[in-house]
Design a protein around this ligand. Structure first.
Ligand code: ATP
Ligand code: MG
Length: 405
């Protein structure tokens, strides 16, 4: 096996490439991992490109999964790892500004690299660690610029999502978008309307979560791509102002990224805002709850009721958002307060509804929910202990006081 000084992620994948080569084909490391190696960043997934056709790849390895065979990608399973091995391909005739009409497998690495989005992403590396750089990708990485491969205008017309990718890479890598490429984005930004919102969303969230959010957001507004994103169309000033808030604080989850955006944009309903973005119900709910609680917390310290109705996720989001906007915050202390609540949910009461009904000799009805709410509040505010006996006694007293119970 070749002995070279590559990061472990590449070394572990070397036998895969070597087996393809032994079978008479070409195989290279490609894409983001080679870029990240040059940048000295952490390597995520190591992708492999090969001249072998998918059927040939499948014959070489005993354990494979067809993940995207029509695009030429075969997942090769190797011990605890898995690698995407993709056949060299070109993408001919794009007619709808998104996916290619037809993927054509080819035997030439050059053809494959030509169809990639940016020069920094169009590098290949051999098993010896030699880098094949047909489009000056290394220089672009050294100059920290994002440059389209070939004619930028054409490339964004082929696949408009590439424009959003340029913006998110700018935010993630702290790279500028080279002037021709940027001009081509400005000229073509309307083509983003052809792209499914789910795909734009992935890139947008990566942009918000990037280390250089300020840079990415500025480019996003300057190229007018915001005009193609739901509920951001008219928000250029707000987005620019948002980009300048606490630029060194990373927004390291999708939830906190959206929440801070909503606060900066004075959004009152996260749910309404997010509806055209087609996000999960869970994300929509948690950001909505956090938005409401953030605003309550502006006027008050955490109360038992606020903590109880928030729960861990919302409390932590609200405190992080306070940090972002330069307000006093303490995530841990707030979570400790929450942990010290006598109950965290209704079912933590030491009595059930049917037990209560039995103790009071009544048949369950609307009164029961009302009574449970009273007991819940009493326990939460530490007016009574959460014991069966005290809950029954309190229930009886409440019943005597209020005829509807
Ligand atoms: P990340 O670190 O975010 O994964 P990446 O560069 O690996 O970055 P991927 O989306 O994983 O990005 O894509 C892998 C490679 O496939 C890219 O480096 C690029 O060469 C190519 N690629 C991905 N999407 C496109 C696209 N829309 N048009 C052209 N090439 C693309
Ligand atoms: Mg990748």
């Amino acid at each position: 096996m070749t002995e070279i000084n590559l990061p472990i992620e590449f070394k572990e994948a070397l036998p895969i490439l070597e087996r393809i080569i032994e079978a008479g084909h070409e195989a290279y490391f490609v894409g983001g991992s080679v870029r990240d190696l040059i940048l000295g960043h952490k390597i995520h997934d190591v992708d492999v490109a090969t001249s072998a056709f998918p059927e040939e790849v499948k014959q070489i390895f005993p354990r494979t999964i067809d993940v995207g065979i029509e695009h030429g990608t075969v997942l090769v399973l190797d011990k605890e790892h898995q690698y995407e091995v993709t056949t060299f391909r070109t993408e001919s005739t794009y007619q709808d500004y998104r996916r290619p009409d037809e993927v054509v497998f080819v035997r030439s690495l050059e053809e494959d690299l030509k169809r990639r989005d940016f020069t920094m992403n169009a590098l290949a590396m051999t098993t010896n660690g030699d880098i094949i750089d047909l489009f000056n990708g290394i220089k672009a990485i050294e100059d920290r610029v994002i440059v389209a491969v070939g004619d930028a205008f054409e490339r964004f017309n082929e696949d408009a999502l590439r424009m959003m990718r340029a913006l998110r890479f700018s935010s993630q890598l702290d790279f500028e978008i080279e002037s021709h490429t940027k001009m081509a984005i400005l000229n073509n930004h309307e083509l983003l309307s052809k792209i499914a919102i789910e795909r734009i969303y992935v890139e947008w969230v990566k942009l918000l979560m990037g280390d250089s959010r300020e840079k990415g957001l500025r480019a996003f507004v300057e190229t007018k791509c915001h005009t193609q994103c739901p509920n951001l169309e008219m928000k250029e000033f707000e987005l620019m102002a948002f980009s300048k808030i606490n630029p060194l604080m990373k927004l390291d989850s999708e939830e906190i990224a959206w929440l801070c955006l909503f606060i900066a944009l004075d959004v009152t309903s996260a749910k309404t805002f997010l509806s055209p973005w087609k996000v999960s119900k869970k994300l929509s709910q948690v950001t909505q709850d956090a938005l409401v609680m953030y605003s309550k917390r502006l006027d008050s310290d955490w109360t038992a009721d606020m903590l109880y109705h928030s729960g861990v996720d919302v409390i932590s989001l609200v405190e992080q958002a306070r940090a972002f906007f330069g307000l006093a915050y303490n995530v841990e202390a707030s979570l400790e307060l929450y942990q010290s609540l006598p109950i965290k949910q209704l079912k933590d009461l030491n009595i059930t509804g049917s037990e209560l009904a039995k103790e009071l000799g009544k048949t369950p009805g609307p009164w029961l929910g009302k009574l449970l709410k009273k007991l819940e509040a009493n326990v939460l505010h530490e007016d009574i202990e959460n014991t069966y006996v005290e809950l029954v006694n309190t229930a009886k007293k409440e019943g005597n006081r209020d005829d509807s119970l």
